[in-house]
Design a protein around this ligand. Structure first.
Ligand code: PLP
Ligand code: COI
Length: 341
């Protein structure tokens, strides 16, 4: 298979239309067989549930070319499970987990020419999503749904790749206690747009959101969880019922403990103690592991000892081990790597 003629090493995190996408429809209480199609556009009724009341959930994962030339994805079963959890919270039907993994596999296989080559620094981002597709005018769940998967080749989420970023403490909240912060609903991202546009205007790469109830605890950013490293090399990550349970974060905690022999702690992290950490990073599928060099709290700067030039040493070890597993350079734990071809 011949790869597309793309300058892989200079890709940003953007949308490029690829050849095929997967579509399945839910009607009369059941999913149809689903198929791969070529048309990237969707025609919807003006009153579709997704358009009126934002009834949509999504996932994000990546396909990688390994050192020995295989195409693989990373723990797609966990994305399938999280999409099930998201769908249930928004009163949507569940797309069965095995079918989710099969749809991802088929879509990646059909777009194999778009999977960036090993060593290019790029990956194929996979976006499964589901939305209410029939008309809804009183506030209620739709009766019909569409599940789709598309792919797009991407480079680093943050400009500059592995260079530390500066973020700010947001005055806006991302998620309410007992709300939808723990699921991957489009509505969580819509309500973060105002905050991210403000942050970008002020020169920050992202927002740190605090817990909405007390505004004293670290939650997450708009698109990634936090990891902190203590001065004695312990990996600490915020625990909260209103943050997205990041698959990258869960994997990093395992890697820290089982591969690197580091102590890990998942607990509430207070903003007051952030200044005492040695390193800070963001983790997620899009963000991978992105170092944070500085956090600005209303003019007060919290600067990490790791500085603004490169990743801190422990963050780097975590990054190298995780990406080593994803790219097939380091043996993966059982079940983490799903081979496409
Ligand atoms: N937090 C938010 C709000 C996200 O959108 C994402 C991205 O999916 C993450 C965290 C990271 O999750 P994961 O590692 O599963 O991609
Ligand atoms: C991902 O990491 O897959 C996400 O969905 C985050 C988003 C901000 C791109």
């Amino acid at each position: 298979m011949e790869k597309k003629n793309i300058d892989w090493s200079n890709l940003g995190f953007g949308y490029i239309e690829t050849d095929k996408r997967y579509v399945a429809n839910y009607k009369d209480g059941k999913w149809d067989d689903g198929e791969l199609i070529s048309d990237a556009n969707i025609v919807l009724n003006e009153c579709a549930g997704v358009l009126q009341y934002a009834q949509t959930v999504f996932e994000g994962l990546k396909a990688y070319t390994t050192e020995d030339g295989r195409i693989v994805t990373f723990r797609p079963d966990l994305n399938a499970q999280r999409m099930e959890d998201s769908a249930k919270r928004l009163e949507m039907p569940v797309f069965p987990k095995e079918r989710f993994v099969d749809a991802v596999t088929k879509t990646v296989k059909a777009n194999a020419a778009w999977v960036p080559p090993y060593g290019s620094g790029a990956t194929l981002y996979i976006r499964p999503y589901m939305f209410g597709s029939d008309s809804v005018i009183g506030v209620s769940p739709a009766n019909e749904y569409q599940f789709r998967v598309f792919t797009t080749p991407v480079g680093p989420y943050f400009k500059g790749g592995a260079k530390p970023i500066t973020i700010k403490i947001s005055d806006f909240d991302r998620a309410a206690p007992h709300g939808t912060g723990h699921i991957k609903a489009g509505l969580n991202y819509a309500m973060s747009l105002h905050a991210i546009v403000r942050a970008h205007e002020e020169g920050y790469a992202e927002n740190m959101y605090l817990d909405a109830a007390t505004r004293t605890k670290v939650e997450e950013t708009g698109g990634a969880n936090f990891i902190f490293i203590t001065k004695d090399k312990k990996v600490v990550t915020p625990k909260s019922s209103s943050i997205l349970p990041s698959i990258t974060r869960r994997s990093l905690l395992y890697v820290a403990k089982e591969y690197l022999g580091l102590e890990t702690e998942e607990r509430e992290v207070y903003l007051d103690e952030v200044k005492d950490f040695a390193e800070c990073g963001l983790c997620g599928t899009a963000a991978v592991v992105s170092p944070v060099g500085k956090i600005v709290d209303h003019g007060k700067e919290i600067c990490f000892a790791s500085g603004m030039e490169e990743m801190g040493p422990v963050t780097k070890q975590l990054y190298d081990t995780l990406t080593g597993i994803q790219m097939g350079r380091i043996e993966a734990p059982e079940g983490w790597i799903h081979v496409i071809e």
